[in-house]
Design a protein around this ligand. Structure first.
Ligand SMILES: C[S@@+](CC[C@H](N)C(=O)[O-])C[C@H]1O[C@@H](n2cnc3c(N)ncnc32)[C@H](O)[C@@H]1O
Length: 274
């Protein structure tokens, strides 16, 4: 299994009782396919706003039912409501609205893997508040989050981190990625003349994705806020919280740039309904 995939499935070992899982932003179904391999008993549901992705997921899960009407953020009263009725499919031929497994089974979860930063990049804060209300209203037992996260590390100017970030500057100065970096800088909000450690780290995460570069530039990687105060009033508490920089990312950055990344870049978290 690819490192990234293994990393994304961290929650499986913590949730042995999981019986139904909705993968929100399931893309081409790669994660769901791996969950099915490892835990065939789990009822799986997928949802994605990109219909082409949903088509690919359907192809992976041959013979399963899937209503292809993808949810469009602005048009849906809420994405979850639309999901319940239109964009759901179920493993083992069972077609169960998500609200039902939430009532019938003990272990239901919604996985948000690498999708929340996109939602926070493109959505408004009112939409995101509503989103979490809708998620909580399903009564789902677990909310699983895996995304990039800067969190409470503070914003430091790059110059405050001469080691190892001075190596970063040298690496850029070599010119290998200078054009890409110029575009990256241009994509930042006006006035970012001095690079912050957070922004530099975002670039270190971003530069390999040259193929989708334009789309990557539109995304704010560290858009995820601290969800603990957001989810607590909705009745969810963190039972697993791991803010770290994944090994495979550290290794890639070290290999390309000689930089030992000194910051946490990712969050793996599980919230449980109180
Ligand atoms: C970076 S991919 C992550 C795919 C997969 N979850 C993973 O971790 O490998 C993000 C996916 O989320 C989808 N997406 C973006 N915004 C969404 C939203 N508001 N609701 C559902 N899916 C969304 C995108 O279409 C894309 O397929």
């Amino acid at each position: 299994m690819a490192h990234g995939l293994e990393h994304k499935l961290f929650f499986l070992e913590h949730l042995p009782e999981l019986e139904a899982l909705l993968d929100w932003g399931c893309a081409d179904g790669t994660l769901l396919a791996e969950v099915r391999k490892q835990r065939p008993e789990i009822l799986l549901l997928g949802h994605d706003t990109d219909e082409r992705m949903v088509d690919q997921a359907v192809a992976k899960f041959d013979g399963l039912e899937w209503n292809k009407k993808a949810t469009i953020w602005e048009d849906a009263p809420s994405a979850l409501e639309a999901l319940r009725f239109t964009a759901e499919w179920a493993y083992r031929g069972r077609k169960v609205p998500f609200s039902e497994p939430a009532r019938q089974y003990g272990g239901t979860g919604i996985l948000f893997s690498s999708v929340l930063h996109e939602m926070y990049t493109h959505g408004t804060s009112a939409q995101m508040r509503q989103h979490w209300k809708d998620v909580a209203a399903t009564g789902v037992d677990y909310i699983v989050i895996r995304d990039m996260f800067w969190g409470p590390q503070g914003d430091y100017l790059l110059s405050e981190y001469p080691t190892p970030y001075c190596q970063f500057i040298k690496w850029i100065a070599k010119g290998t990625h200078s054009a890409q970096l110029t575009e990256f800088n241009a994509s930042l909000p006006c006035g970012e003349s001095t690079m912050e450690a957070r922004i530099a780290t975002e670039y270190l995460l971003k530069y390999p994705f040259v193929e989708n570069w334009e789309r990557e530039l539109e995304e704010i990687y560290f858009a995820l806020p601290d969800l603990r105060p957001v989810l607590a009033p909705l009745g969810y508490e963190p039972v697993y919280w791991n803010h770290h920089c994944p090994d495979f990312i550290q290794e890639r950055i070290k290999k390309d740039t000689s930089i030992d990344i000194p910051f946490n870049t990712h969050l793996s978290a599980i919230f449980r309904r109180k």
